[in-house]
Design a protein around this ligand. Structure first.
Ligand code: URA
Length: 204
């Protein structure tokens, strides 16, 4: 576990942070992206949900988890009894990283430097919302929060403690499930994802 303390909560709250993040040039990803996709949800949410980065849809809507991964998450959350609207949802990286391919924009995983640069905003969101619990989905979110995204498949479904004492619950990223080529495995993994979320709900 990396020992890091959070910055002081900013005076302007989430609205101020969001406006500032809209002008962010801390890494090159702001250039090709349409807009910053900042976190959404109640400013005092007990649960913070952290994904990797906005996808193609989110880059256009400006709201996290509104594309296919968000739909998978919403369905699993509903079945698990997790109320998305009561949580603050954000990403480890706030701009969409992609490679153009004809008319399509192909998702590219953010590198360690981009994740580190954008942790600035995630730390400020954490310092402002002060969630009682954080759900990290996928290796990028886990790496940004805990210092390493290794062994995600053995760490999933378990709790860790962040250096400020906040409990971290780990699961896979819904996009990883969507990318599985075998439909049977997708069904199994959707069920496991739902079970992870249900375990989280039990502890809340
Ligand atoms: N994947 C993420 O990690 N976050 C989003 O907002 C959308 C897709």
């Amino acid at each position: 576990m990396v020992q890091r303390s959070l910055p002081p909560a900013p005076i302007g709250g989430l609205a101020g942070l969001r406006a500032e993040a809209g002008r962010c040039t801390r890494c090159p990803l702001h250039g090709p992206a349409t807009q910053v996709v900042f976190g959404v949800g109640p400013p005092d949410a007990p649960l913070m949900i952290v994904g990797e980065q906005p996808g193609d849809t989110e880059d256009l809507t400006g709201v996290p988890f509104t594309g296919p991964a968000g739909q998978l998450f919403d369905a699993a959350a509903q079945e698990a009894g997790l109320d998305r609207t009561a949580a603050y949802i954000t990403n480890a990286v706030k701009h969409f990283k992609y490679r153009p391919s004809g008319k399509r924009r192909i998702h590219q995983r953010p590198d360690a430097g981009e994740v580190t640069a954008c942790r600035w905003w995630l730390d400020l969101e954490r310092a402002t919302v002060r969630p009682k619990l954080i759900l990290a989905m996928g290796a990028t979110a886990v790496a940004s929060l805990s210092g390493t995204g290794k062994d995600i498949l053995t760490r999933r479904g378990t709790f860790e403690t962040l250096s400020d004492g906040t409990p971290l619950f780990i699961t896979v990223h819904p996009s990883w499930i969507l990318r599985l080529p075998d439909p049977d495995q997708q069904v199994q993994e959707r069920a496991r994802f739902r079970a992870d979320l249900a375990k989280l709900v039990e502890t809340m």
